[in-house]
Design a binder for this molecule. Structure first.
Ligand code: NAG
Ligand code: NAG
Ligand code: NAG
Ligand code: NAG
Ligand code: NAG
Length: 390
């Protein structure tokens, strides 16, 4: 058979690759404000439309900060982080494991300016006929990349159930793009980002008919699965947070050089202010109805799915409102867990011996994490309240 998937066993660990304005007083209407001000364009790369983004976009926060945000769907992490480094994206949100990998393994000049979430809806989902983790024995599992943080947490949870990739207890179905440069001859299938893997899991097969069994889901796909007709509805076999907790996941990430470029810094600062204000709105119980409505509109999902997504976005352990201080501070223990899981599976193969991880995760200028832009963003909030009609 010409099956494209490279069935990956013990070899996995061997691949160390990738992946100004003045304050305005009083409540003002975003439309009024935007007509009076020329909007500045900003390119935002993201893997998923988070609740915070949905609110900022739907309820006028970006306009209130004078921004015209272009949302750019990241198709895969290699492409996404390359876009960020070369200027295609001004800012992106991606799991902090990617930034850790790129910065520590490859010395790429990326900076995390804050944490957005702790992995809401991070679950292991399967086709309906599989009802427990142990039934995954002998099965190929869909992952975006075998050396990504989500593949590592999948391995960790399966290992806690006695199943090991390195023992051949299961294999990985990986993307064509990932392996084509290494194994050009025998790969012809694609398993991509969560959007694609979700669709494949619901279908029970890849477009060419190859059966699929399980994968990792992220926000909002665990909620979306709830709306799928019973016969096809994925089973949620495990919540990652029941095994790894706390966990630091989506993080605001920029090119390090943007911090010392006034125009770029101001632009990204405004974006961060808008996201922060939208995040505060998300956290406010009084905004529940309008938040759910914004999520529903942004994702084009039913109110029941949006309500479930809203609940996970506000989860005190994993949600978008769970960062220490509620101000995008990275959960230190969560980041240590990210590093711990990655190192358990050989994910720091290019990091020099004696590397000081404890020092490397301390925030500061020129470090992985730099809060100076976040701090500026919190000092430059405009007074804006979205319409209560939603
Ligand atoms: C905002 O309000 C403060 C205090 O009332 C006032 O001093 C300031 O001039 C106002 N700013 C603008 C831009 O209206
Ligand atoms: C926003 O940006 C997009 C893409 O660059 C552009 O097509 C659109 O005209 C802009 N809208 C405004 C209101 O500036
Ligand atoms: C990532 O996405 C880009 C742009 O869509 C595509 O050209 C590339 O093949 C993909 N790479 C991987 C590693 O999946
Ligand atoms: C929204 O979802 C509905 C039903 O699932 C679909 O018919 C419609 O085309 C979608 N709209 C957009 C803009 O994607
Ligand atoms: C953000 O929250 C952290 C943790 O509670 C706190 O130490 C820090 O001072 C806060 N920073 C800002 C700018 O609000």
């Amino acid at each position: 058979m010409l099956y494209a998937y490279y069935l990956l066993g013990a070899a996995a660990a061997a691949f160390a690759l990738p992946q100004d304005s003045s304050a305005v007083n009083g409540s003002l209407d975003a439309t009024t404000y935007s007509t009076a001000t020329k909007l500045q364009n900003i390119n935002y790369g993201a893997f998923t439309q988070t609740a915070t983004y949905s609110i900022a976009n739907q309820l006028g926060y970006f306009k209130a900060y004078g921004l015209n945000v272009t949302y750019l769907q990241v198709p895969n992490s290699t492409y996404g982080y390359n876009q960020l480094l070369t200027g295609g994206y001004d800012i992106m949100t991606g799991t902090i494991d990617n930034a850790v990998n790129l910065r520590f393994n490859q010395k790429q000049p990326l900076t995390v300016t804050g944490q957005l979430d702790g992995g809401p809806e991070l679950t292991i989902a399967s086709i309906p006929s599989i009802t427990s983790i142990t039934q995954l024995k002998g099965k190929p599992l869909m992952v975006d990349s075998p050396v990504s943080g989500y593949a590592y947490i999948l391995r960790k949870v399966l290992a806690l159930h006695g199943l090991y990739l390195e023992n051949g207890d299961y294999t990985f179905q990986v993307s064509l793009e990932y392996f084509s440069s290494r194994f050009p001859a025998n790969i012809d299938k694609v398993v991509g980002s969560t959007v694609i893997r979700y669709a494949d899991l619901v279908a029970g097969k890849l477009p060419d008919g190859t059966p699929v069994y399980a994968t990792i889901f992220t926000y909002p796909f665990t909620s979306q699965a709830g709306d799928v007709p019973t016969a096809q509805r994925p089973n949620i076999l495990a919540k990652i947070s029941d095994f790894i907790q706390p966990f630091s996941s989506s993080a605001f990430t920029i090119r390090e050089a943007a911090l010392s470029n006034n125009a770029q810094r101001t632009l990204i600062r405004k974006f961060t202010s808008a996201m922060y204000a939208a995040n505060q709105y998300l956290a406010s119980p009084g905004s529940r109805k309008c938040s759910i409505s914004a999520i529903s509109k942004q994702l084009n999902v039913s109110t029941s799915v949006a309500t479930s997504a809203y609940t996970s976005a506000n989860d005190p352990i994993t949600g978008e409102t769970s960062s220490p201080g509620g101000n995008f501070t990275v959960n230190r223990q969560g980041l240590l867990n990210v590093i711990d899981v990655r190192s358990q599976f050989g994910g720091f193969a290019s990091v020099p011996a004696g590397f000081n991880y404890a020092d490397a995760i301390l925030p500061g200028q020129g470090k992985l994490i730099d809060y100076s832009l976040r701090d500026d963003a919190l000092k430059n909030l405009v007074s804006f309240s979205p319409s209560t009609k939603c």
